[in-house]
Write a protein that binds this ligand. Sequence first.
Ligand code: APR
Ligand code: PHB
Length: 391
Amino acid sequence: MRTQVGIIGAGPAGLLLSRLLSLQGIDSVVLENRSRDYVEARIRAGILEQHTVDTLTAAGVGDRLRREGLEHSGIHLQYPGTRHTLDFPELCGRTVWVYGQTEVTKDLIAAQLAGGPPLLFEVSDVVPEDVDGDSPRIRFTDADGTPQVLECDVIAGTDGFHGPSRAVVAAGSAGAQVWERTYPYAWLGILADAAPATDELIYAWHPDGFALYSMRSPTVSRLYLQVDPAERIEDWSDDRIWEGLATRFALDGWEISTGPITEKSILPMRSFVSAPMRRGRLFLAGDAAHIVPPTGAKGLNLAVADVTLLATALTRLLKEKETDLVDTYSDTALRRVWRCTHFSWWMTSMLHTSGDDFDAQLQLSQLRRVCSSETAARELAENYTGLPIEG
Ligand code: APR
Ligand code: PHB
């Protein structure tokens, strides 16, 4: 088998890259080790920045998003006694969209299977090889158990945090470095068949811990509670979860709406950055190179920003034989990665309680500042809705 770009991983990063390349007339093959059902059932975050919506629309996968997605013009920031609205169009002229990453993935897979480049599920033993030369290849075993070799011009490692590509980049790059922070809290997330009792998402600081009120549709709510990472989901009955949420979102004259919980799980939180994002002809994008905690809603958007840059750089390399953009890809991508890493860390640090009262007073001071200063609010709004993509 031969292709121009061998893509490892069919998450949003790999699928969108394949789509953007094919719009430029560049062929690719996507290799995924999980099944289609598994990939389409993974529940993840759900806020799309304006540039993400624009990119998906330009790539021809924005129809259902425009139909079923919910455009949001702000968020509510809450701390005891106050629920303050940040109006994004007023602060920075942009909006965001609520549309689950699961749905983005389904739309990309449907488009790929309807005449797009090959997408192979349930492959195993994926190994990128000879990435320092001009003719790298990917060895893998296909779903029938037959060993295969995919000869490529370039390989994209979009295989998420647990994929094999990052280690190959690090092993051959002098000065390769990793930065990591694990946080002393986790999120307990639920999906519930309950109409959201709020127009905008609510990010709530409370002495018991952070809570986030999000949604997936006019009839489905997505809610999160800060918990200790050692908590076990079995110890959280539906009643206990609703009580915790009602306490943390409490506000005079307002009531939470409850309904059957259809999914619940505990998610760890970490920041992680790996540099460089390239070794020779192997390029990393998305979770393969970086993880942010979900508080800033940046994970998916950052993956989309990476592949937007990468698609342009690979098009220039493969069509015009110019190496300038692939040579600057890692540094350019990492500048946005660090901006989003800072923003996600900052939102996380402002909103999650640690039990330390000095920290709590600093957090409340920061929240009052964001809710009273247009300058401070604008800084949050610009980062939340997504800064322009460089390059
Ligand atoms: N071979 C083939 N595919 C692999 C391998 C492997 N050895 N290891 C992992 N994969 C696949 C995973 O099964 C997954 O489908 O790579 C894909 C990576 O997808 P994601 O984890 O969704 O990562 P990415 O596409 O970068 O999307 C980033 O996902 O985790 C969220 O918050 C994150 O929203 C962000 C988005
Ligand atoms: C979500 O809807 O899942 C969601 C929304 C905002 C976040 C994180 C997750 O910051």
